[in-house]
Design a protein around this ligand. Structure first.
Ligand code: ZN
Length: 419
């Protein structure tokens, strides 16, 4: 699947301190463990509603991680999926009387446009479930063969659904660290089916759904028969295909900690006998509106595409997101945007000035803030102070400092000060 055009990322002199991020599995901030090549897998959208600010916050957060790793001289292999066939998508298409494939294609196209406008570096590998089905079929068949997955007959037709026997998988529970009671509490509302009769354990995740009347299905070969993949196995398969076990960072929204990331990891271990799936788990907090989490199911969305259609500068949207730490839930208000528009204007004026205070200290402050568990707000403060100095004309000025600061702001924060 095609991703989106890459913005140019300036390379700036010097190097940052080691990147430290909160690891959900370890429950603390620690250094990201990676060699020269860092694998990063960030779960993508289910394309049934355009990119809202909660999504934008997630992909901008991982863009900061991507940029910080590249700034350290590493190569990043960034992988992202699109859940282009799943219950919520099918339900929305049925509700609106549209073809689910058209809906998915249209919303994925909009997402790509939003990401490009926000100057998010594109993934190296961008895959839909639909184009990954042969790989997923192979993986599910291997799990059945190994005895870690089992069949459950369905009333309609002759096929069988396939589930992973998850509680017997080594390391299950290590990503979230949740108790069984906590897991059971959210499993049903997050796509699980704990009540399904015949499952070995209520928490077992669906790997393959046998064909049902009126639902899309694909050839699962002799072992699986016709059907379609469950949710979590797509990410396990795509991650293992491009990154293998033990890649550097698994990322996504905090609502993916359980079951999605827990199951993806358990499936990886069940398949390979190895652990961990990823060495670092990073999660973006939720963005709210009017006292509730912004979500498609609640319908309280602020869409990036809507803001862009209203001629809001995408760099102002990005700056507004950067004011909020990725691990703190926050609520979007119009004031965020007003402040960001004002800030962007000041930064651009300062960057365009013929001279300003030397760039070295602001670049060091940017790197230090971002390395410290992505303290983007502190990074923004550092640029604010520099811009204030330029515009007040209060300190010693060096010709061309504005260009150097603009390059660093672009490279590390992804905010272009051109225009
Ligand atoms: Zn995923």
């Amino acid at each position: 699947m095609e991703s989106w055009p890459s913005p140019l990322r300036p390379v700036i002199p010097g190097s940052p301190p080691a990147l430290r991020l909160f690891d959900t599995a370890a429950g603390k901030v620690r250094e990201v463990e990676t060699g020269q090549v860092a694998g990063m897998y960030v779960c993508g959208i289910t394309p049934y509603d355009a990119t809202h600010l909660g999504h934008a916050a997630t992909y901008v957060t991982f863009d900061l991680v991507n940029r910080a790793l590249r700034d350290s001289g590493r190569e990043v292999v960034y992988v992202q999926n699109v859940t282009d066939v799943d219950e919520p998508l099918l339900e929305r298409a049925a509700r609106d009387g549209v073809d689910w494939q058209d809906l998915a294609a249209q919303e994925t196209a909009l997402f790509r446009q939003d990401m490009a406008a926000l100057r998010v570096l594109p993934p190296e590998h961008y895959h839909g479930v639909v184009d990954s089905i042969p790989y997923i079929v192979d993986v599910v068949a291997r799990l059945l063969e190994a005895g870690t997955a089992y069949r459950l007959g369905v009333a309609e037709g002759t096929g069988a659904d396939v589930y992973l026997d998850v509680t017997s998988t080594a390391g299950f529970g290590q990503v979230s660290g949740w108790s069984r009671a906590e897991m059971l509490e959210v499993f049903a509302e997050r796509g699980g089916d704990p009540e399904r009769p015949g499952k070995r354990d209520a928490l077992d995740p669906l790997l393959w759904r046998a064909a049902r009347e009126g639902e899309p299905c694909w050839d699962g070969g002799r072992v699986l028969g016709r059907g379609r993949p469950g949710w979590h196995i797509e990410c396990t398969t795509i991650a293992l295909t491009h990154l293998g076990m033990g890649f550097a960072i698994q990322g996504g929204g905090s609502d993916l900690v359980f079951p999605h990331h827990e199951m993806s990891a358990a499936q990886g271990t069940a398949l390979t006998g190895q652990s961990p799936f990823a060495t670092h788990y990073v999660h973006q907090a939720m963005v709210g509106l009017d006292g509730e989490k912004m979500s498609k199911s609640k319908g309280n969305l602020v869409l990036v595409s809507r803001l862009l259609a209203d001629h809001v500068d995408p760099m102002a949207i990005r700056l507004a997101l950067l004011r909020h730490h990725y691990r703190t839930d926050w609520e979007w208000t119009g004031a965020d945007l007003t402040e960001a528009v004002r800030r962007l204007k000041r930064w651009r004026m300062a960057a365009a000035a013929p001279a300003g205070p030397p760039a070295d200290s602001v670049i060091a402050a940017l790197r230090s803030a971002l390395s410290n568990d992505l303290d983007a707000a502190a990074a923004v403060d550092a640029v604010d102070r520099w811009a204030d100095d330029v515009l007040d004309g209060s300190s010693a000025a060096r010709p061309g400092a504005g260009t150097e600061v603009a390059r660093a702001v672009d490279a590390l924060l992804g905010v272009s000060l051109a225009g």
